[in-house]
Design a protein around this ligand. Structure first.
Ligand code: PGA
Length: 259
């Protein structure tokens, strides 16, 4: 199982800036990637920039991901984008259930579940985001919230053949705040997620086809402390993924011998 370093560019960049960043990331990382097959670098631009970024990344060692999708293949769903359309643009990954979508757009675990099933059907790898709010943590509900999100979003999900899944533990209070969850704390949440997955999937599937990564204020300075924990299999990175040298440095950190 590789270490996944995933950049979530959110709604931060224009089409042109996205292409320029992708070019720079591919240039910096491609020089090293061939000798570091254990790292999988993924960038997730806005839907509008997917085609242009996909063209820039074709034939490079950086994979393309989307930030969201709809669960139907086609039809009268104004404003939505299907997994099939994402696949046609070259996407291999898609973020699902990000906390910003949960917070601002009312995305639920049930919606995330439908998206995951639709993505797997098209052969894309879903990146499911889970994580508690500060209030839930303070109220002692952290574990129950995260277990509930994993169980509901992965209901009826069976990974067959080469299908893969990434679960990102992203405590909401750590996202974009510069206040990351401590590596110890993240490690115990990863263990909890692994235990939940072990109840839902056969042991070989959970081990070989599902990766659990950490997200929330990860940067080039702190990433090594997360990746030093064997059960943290990568990172989902927002703000710090917007600078190509930083992103390349974080990919490099994931390829250190300890991993
Ligand atoms: P951040 O965002 O790295 O800026 O905290 C992470 C995310 O939203 O996935």
């Amino acid at each position: 199982m590789p270490s996944y370093i995933v950049g979530n560019w959110k709604m931060q960049l224009s089409d042109q800036d996205s292409s320029a960043l992708a070019k720079e990331v591919a240039r910096l990382w491609s020089a090293q990637a061939a000798s570091r097959p254990q790292v999988r670098a993924v960038v997730c631009p806005s839907h509008l920039a997917l085609r242009a970024v996909g063209e820039v990344l074709r034939g490079t060692n950086v994979a393309l991901g989307a930030q969201d999708c709809f669960w139907e293949e086609k039809g009268a769903f104004t404003g939505e984008v299907s997994p099939k359309a994402l696949k046609e643009l070259g996407c291999e990954y898609c973020i699902v259930g990000h906390s910003e979508r949960r917070q601002y757009l009312g995305e639920t675990d049930e919606m995330a579940n439908r998206k995951i099933l639709a993505l797997l059907k098209q052969g894309l790898t879903p990146i499911l985001c889970v994580g508690e709010t500060r209030e839930e943590r303070d109220a002692g509900r952290r574990d129950a919230v995260v277990i509930g999100q994993v169980r509901a979003a992965l209901k009826d999900v069976a990974l067959v053949g080469t299908q893969r899944l990434i679960v990102a533990y992203e405590p909401r209070w750590a996202i974009g705040t510069g206040m990351p969850c401590s590596p110890d704390d993240a490690a115990s949440m990863h263990q909890l997620i692994n235990d939940t997955l072990a109840e839902m999937f056969a042991p070989d599937v959970a081990e070989r086809q599902i990766a659990v990564v950490y997200g929330g204020s990860v940067d080039p300075k702190n990433i090594a402390s997360y990746l030093a924990v064997p059960i943290i299999q990568g990172a989902l990175i927002g703000g710090a993924s917007l600078k190509a040298p930083d992103f390349a440095a974080m990919c490099e950190a994931a390829s250190e011998p300890a991993k």
